[in-house]
Design a protein around this ligand. Structure first.
Ligand SMILES: C[S@@+](CC[C@H](N)C(=O)[O-])C[C@H]1O[C@@H](n2cnc3c(N)ncnc32)[C@H](O)[C@@H]1O
Length: 406
């Protein structure tokens, strides 16, 4: 068994520093390859993208680095038990055999995130419930007392993964989801998830080697993620919650400090010399963007403009535009179609061939009103919304004119 409790805390005893073990990094659909690259940069080996996750091998230093620096990871998980279960009773019996008293503090709290696939366990909620019952019953038998469930801020986060009859239990080393960067002071109407925002920027291929512009920036998520990349600021630099791995018995504070200090020393070390601009029609959300930027001390790195996107030219020189226009519920269909028509016109008339546009939307009908053919379409999900990240390469005049003399 790799886990035990000491001094009333939830702790693990293995793997020790330097020993390599398998991990799973969770991400969003469509960002697996991006996360795989980030993990390789952390020193991970045997990196394999799977759906909404990446499996890899590394030691505790890799685990610390992955948690601290990966912009497209939601959580880093460490598998610790694997067995087969062909029905609910077998799941209960096998979970009961695990020495949970060495894992979970009887006075502490825990929670279980579960995913199931296959025909045996069709409801992930019931599988989690059965697992919870087995843990709690064992603890009650031993102590006449049980740990409580806390779905918000548990001391101990467990992941239950079932594919057909294969059950895997994993420890969540991150704790609070890694999309919660900590820089949000104010939230706009429809802020984009930070992991999705970072993933969109990385998918656009922006390497901090030209300007960056979001003409509908809202509370500034894409701008802040871009400015963090431009300044080499680690993804979790502003994190407020503790990482769960800090409660593990093999938590090596010296190693962790070394990882953090090494990454923090890189801040500002790049030679980013371009512009990062944002624009929005709504003064209220722009003020929220300003507040968020101030908190992150990035307000001097990003220029904010107020107005409709068709009034604001992008910065001079080569510019990548990554944006998240309105879609979904709040705007009437005809207004949305008009907005997308205006967007297409603005791309053609104002942005010119020095700009490349990447736009995410779930509104496939409104999308047609842009009137330009995307050169790439990448499927992503914004929450449960099936989206496309569209790339538009722009040419002054028509594409035909551009290549007329070739
Ligand atoms: C989905 S939100 C963007 C959210 C943003 N990515 C964030 O993380 O907060 C879309 C934004 O487009 C802005 N918007 C709508 N019409 C606009 C227009 N004509 N010009 C500029 N901004 C506009 C809205 O005010 C809103 O803030």
């Amino acid at each position: 068994m790799i886990i035990q409790k000491a001094n009333g805390r939830t702790l693990t005893t293995e793997p020790k520093q330097g020993i390599e073990f398998k991990m799973i990094a969770k991400t969003m659909f469509g960002l697996e390859e991006i996360l795989a690259d980030e993990l390789r940069q952390c020193g991970a080996k045997d990196v394999e993208p799977i759906t909404r996750a990446v499996s890899f091998v590394g030691d505790m230093r890799v685990l610390y680095r992955a948690n601290y620096t990966c912009r497209t990871a939601l959580a880093i998980l460490k598998p610790f038990a694997e067995f087969e279960a062909n029905d609910e009773q077998e799941l209960y019996d096998n979970v009961s055999k695990i020495k949970w008293e060495k894992i979970i503090d009887v006075d502490g709290t825990f929670m279980i995130d579960s995913t199931t696939s296959g025909e045996i366990f069709t409801h992930s909620y019931y599988a989690a419930l059965k697992t919870k019952d087995a843990i709690v019953d064992r603890m009650r038998r031993l102590f006449n007392h049980r740990p409580n469930i806390d779905t918000e801020n548990a001391d101990f986060k467990l992941n239950l993964h079932i594919a057909d009859n294969k059950v895997t239990l994993l420890l969540n080393s991150s704790g609070e989801s890694l999309h919660k960067r900590g820089y949000r002071q104010a939230v706009g109407v429809a802020p984009i998830n930070e992991v999705l925002a970072a993933g969109m920027i990385k998918l656009s291929g922006w390497k901090c080697d030209c300007n960056f512009y979001d003409p509908m920036c809202g509370s500034g998520t894409l701008l802040i993620e871009a400015a963090m990349m431009a300044n080499n600021i680690p993804a979790q630099y502003y994190r407020r919650e503790n990482f769960a791995f800090k409660r593990w018995s093999d938590f090596n504070i010296a190693e962790w400090k070394d990882v953090k200090e090494t990454e923090d020393r890189k801040i500002g070390s790049g030679d980013f010399e371009y512009e990062i601009w944002g624009n929005d029609i709504d003064m209220g959300v722009l003020q929220q963007a300003e507040q968020n930027l101030q908190y992150a001390k990035l307000h001097k790195d990003v220029m904010l403009y107020h107005g409709s996107f068709e009034e604001q030219e992008p910065p001079e020189g080569k510019t990548i535009i990554v944006t998240n226009p309105p879609y979904g519920e709040r705007i009437k269909v005809e207004d949305l179609n008009q907005l997308y028509t205006k967007l297409g016109d603005t791309f053609k008339n104002l942005y010119g061939d020095r700009c490349e546009v990447w736009l995410i939307t779930s509104d496939f009908e409104a999308m047609k009103h842009i009137g330009l053919h995307p050169s790439r379409k990448i499927q992503l999900f914004n929450g449960s919304l099936d989206c496309r990240l569209l790339k538009f390469e722009l040419y002054s005049g028509s594409k035909k004119d551009k290549f007329a003399d070739k």
